[in-house]
Design a protein around this ligand. Structure first.
Ligand code: MN3
Length: 197
């Protein structure tokens, strides 16, 4: 993930229809080819306007005080992270190591999911809900506005759900809760566990 300028949009690691029926093909095409592409293009433009930032890595730009830099750097990184953690519905089960950590921090997998869903549903407007690891190795749930990223505050992201309307509106309309509940089916738990290391 140590990308630098000039930024390129990576292909999805699966077909546009791979997450059907949880996330429909049209949503994936627009989300990746239009929204994610726009973050890449706008980040490159902001780098052209700020040459002194061109040598920085993507995550170093999250704390920029130039809003267009911070927002688009987050947009690029957060979407790469989101695509990588999803897989064909129902094809991934939470492994024992991750389950033990989740239970240690949230009592049960069900309680973890309920808290994560609440975080996703109470994020007002556009943003993300996250499972993160803190500096002591504990797991926490949080949400961020817009394209903000928890790494700015020293957290290590493990899992994130995009709750911008562009992530779900075509299929789920205003029903963010239905999207969030269905989304568990496409989480690739092996990827989440690998991010703990
Ligand atoms: Mn998005």
């Amino acid at each position: 993930m140590a990308k630098t300028y000039p930024y390129m949009l990576d292909s999805l690691p699966y077909a546009f229809d791979a997450l059907e029926p949880v996330i429909d093909q049209e949503t994936m095409m627009i989300h990746h080819d239009k929204h994610h592409q726009a973050y890449v293009d706008n980040l490159n433009k902001s780098m052209e306007a700020n040459p002194s930032l061109q040598a920085k890595t993507l995550d170093e730009l999250f704390s920029s005080d130039i809003p267009v830099v911070k927002n688009n750097a987050g947009g690029v990184w957060n979407h790469d992270f989101f695509w990588d953690e999803m897989v064909t519905p129902g094809s991934s089960q939470m492994g024992e190591n991750l389950k033990v950590e989740i239970e240690k921090n949230f009592v049960s997998v069900d309680e973890f999911k309920a808290k994560f869903e609440t975080s996703a549903l109470t994020r007002f407007g556009s943003g993300w809900a996250w499972l993160v690891m803190n500096k002591d190795g504990g797991l926490e749930i949080m949400s961020t506005a817009n394209q903000d990223n928890p790494m700015v505050d020293g957290f290590k992201p493990l899992l994130a759900i995009d709750v911008w309307e562009h992530a779900y509106y075509l299929k789920y309309k205003n029903k963010r809760a239905d999207y969030v509940k269905a989304w568990w089916e496409v989480v690739n738990w092996d990827v989440v566990e690998s991010r703990m290391k």
